[in-house]
Design a protein around this ligand. Structure first.
Ligand SMILES: [Zn+2]
Length: 442
C-alpha cells in the first residue's frame, strides 16, 4: 500500500508544482502584456502625430453640436450625448451612405461665422490634447454658403478659430521649453461627387439654376466654381493648401471633375481624392491619371480584382500590379483610415483582412488618419494603437506612418520651411522613441 501511495502522492505533488509554475508563467505573461499595452498607449500618446485626412464636419464635439443645435433651432434625434452616440454616431454603419447621415446634423449647425470659429478652435484643441501637431483639415465650403456667409467669411472663420488655438499652443510654456512641438495646419477644400438635396442653401440654389443639366454635370460645375473661389481665398492669405473630392463614390466617377482639378493643378494646388473606398482600382487610376492626385483618400480596394468593373481591363492582376508599382514609386501617399473603413465596409469583418497589410508589404507610402473623429468615434492615437496591435508594426513602420504624413503633406509654407518643420517633428519623435525600447519589433 505504502509503496503504491508514495509514487502517486509524489506524482500529484509534481503535477501540483507544475501547475503552480504554469500559473505563474501565465500570470507573468498577462502582467507583461497588460503592462506593454499601457506602455504602448503612453508611447503613442507621447509621439508627435499628424492627421492629413480629417473632416471638420465629422469631428465636432458632441456637447457642442447639441448646444449649437438648441441655439440655432436645429432638430436632432436626441439632445443627450449618449442619445446622439446611440442614434447617429454609431459604432457600426450599414454602408457609406449610412455613415454619411450624421453630417446633415453637423453641417446644419455650421452656418454662422461664430459657430464655425468655435468648432475649428475646439477641433485644434482636441488634436493638440492627444499630441497631433500637424493637421490638414478638410470640409466642403459650399455647404456653408448662405445669406450670412460667402466663401471668404467661411475661410476667415475657420482660419480664425484654428489660428487662435495654434497661437495659444505655440506660445505656451511647454513649447518654449521644448517639451512639445509646434502646431501647424492647412485647409483642404472638398468638392462633392454627389450633391445631397436639402443640406445647404447654396447647393439647392445651384441645382435649381442648373435644372436642365444632369446631376453629375451640376456636381462638376460646382467643383469648378469652388476652385475659382479657393484661388481667391488663397490670394487673400487663407491657408488653403489643396483639393479633395468627397462623398458617395459609386455612381459618381471622379472623371466628371477633371476640368476643376485641371484648374486647381494649373494654379499649383495639391490634390487628393477619396478613391477606392467603395469602388475598385480603376477609380484610383482615374484619380491619378485624370485628376493629378498627389495622395489617395482610403484606397481600400486597391488590391481587389473583383472590384474592377471596367471591361477594357482584361488582365486585372497585371493592371493592379502596375498601378501599385506606380503608386509606390511616385510616393503617392495613401491616407489610411482603419476604423472608418471597418464602419463603411462591414464586409471586411476583421481588421487583419484590411488591405493596409498589403500596402505595407508593397512598401507604399501610407499615413494613418482618422477620417472623422466623431462619426468614427476615434482619434489618431486610437488608430495607431489598432495598426500596431493588428499588423504587428515595427518601430520603423510606425515612424514611417507618421513621417510620410508630414513629408507628403500639403504644407502651406515654403519648401524650406516645410523641411525645417518636418525635421523639428522627427527630432521630437526620436527623442520620445529612445525612451520606449522593447515595445515593438526592431
Ligand atoms: Zn474622408
Amino acid at each position: 500500500m505504502v509503496s503504491h501511495t508514495k509514487p502517486c502522492l509524489s506524482k500529484e505533488i509534481r503535477h501540483c508544482k507544475y501547475m503552480k509554475k504554469l500559473f505563474f508563467i501565465l500570470l507573468k505573461r498577462l502582467y507583461y502584456t497588460g503592462m506593454n499595452k499601457n506602455k504602448l498607449k503612453e508611447f503613442i500618446k507621447e509621439i508627435p502625430k499628424s492627421d492629413i485626412h480629417v473632416h471638420l464636419d465629422g469631428s465636432l464635439r458632441v456637447p457642442t453640436l447639441i448646444e449649437l443645435a438648441k441655439k440655432s433651432g436645429v432638430k436632432l434625434p436626441s439632445y443627450t450625448e449618449a442619445g446622439m452616440f446611440d442614434k447617429v454616431f454609431k459604432d457600426n454603419y450599414k454602408d457609406l451612405p449610412d455613415y454619411l447621415q450624421g453630417f446633415g446634423y453637423s453641417i446644419a449647425v455650421m452656418q454662422t461665422p461664430e459657430n464655425l470659429e468655435r468648432i475649428a478652435y475646439e477641433f485644434v484643441q482636441d488634436n493638440i490634447a492627444e499630441g497631433v501637431y500637424y493637421v490638414e483639415v478638410r470640409f466642403a465650403p459650399q455647404f456653408h454658403i448662405n445669406k450670412l456667409m460667402g466663401v471668404e467669411e467661411i475661410m476667415g472663420a475657420v482660419s480664425k478659430g484654428m489660428n487662435k488655438a495654434k497661437k495659444e499652443h505655440n506660445s505656451s510654456k511647454l513649447v518654449k521649453e521644448g517639451k512639445a512641438p509646434m502646431f501647424e495646419y492647412g485647409i483642404i477644400a472638398c468638392a462633392m461627387r454627389a450633391i445631397p438635396k436639402g443640406v445647404s442653401e447654396y447647393f439647392d440654389k445651384f441645382m435649381e439654376v442648373h435644372k436642365h443639366s444632369s446631376t453629375s454635370r451640376v456636381g462638376a460645375l460646382a467643383s469648378y466654381e469652388l476652385v475659382l473661389s479657393m484661388i481667391k481665398a488663397r490670394d487673400k492669405g487663407y491657408p488653403v493648401v489643396g483639393f479633395d473630392l468627397a462623398g458617395a463614390e459609386a455612381g459618381f466617377p471622379a472623371g466628371e471633375h477633371r476640368d476643376a482639378y485641371a484648374l486647381a493643378h494649373r494654379n499649383f494646388f495639391k490634390k487628393t481624392v477619396h478613391a477606392g473606398e467603395a469602388y475598385g482600382a480603376e477609380s484610383i487610376f482615374q484619380a491619378i491619371t485624370e485628376l493629378y492626385a498627389d495622395r489617395i483618400g482610403h484606397g481600400y480596394y486597391l488590391f481587389s480584382e473583383e472590384m474592377i468593373k471596367n471591361r477594357n481591363i482584361k488582365d486585372k492582376k497585371d493592371f493592379i500590379n502596375k498601378l501599385v508599382q506606380y503608386i509606390a514609386d511616385r510616393r503617392i501617399t495613401i491616407e489610411v483610415c482603419l476604423t472608418s473603413n471597418m464602419q463603411t465596409n462591414p464586409s471586411i469583418v476583421k481588421l487583419e483582412n484590411h488591405s493596409f497589410k498589403k500596402m505595407l508589404d508593397n512598401k507604399l507610402s501610407v499615413a494613418i488618419c482618422t477620417d472623422n473623429r466623431t462619426v468614427s468615434k476615434t482619434s489618431v492615437s486610437k488608430e495607431l494603437e489598432l495598426a500596431v496591435e493588428h499588423f504587428d508594426l515595427s518601430y520603423r513602420q510606425l515612424k514611417n506612418c507618421m513621417i510620410y504624413g508630414l513629408k507628403r503633406s500639403f504644407y502651406h509654407g515654403t519648401y524650406k520651411e516645410k523641411r525645417d518643420y518636418v525635421r523639428h517633428i522627427i527630432d521630437f519623435y526620436e527623442s520620445v522613441e529612445s525612451k520606449y525600447q522593447g515595445l515593438l519589433r526592431e
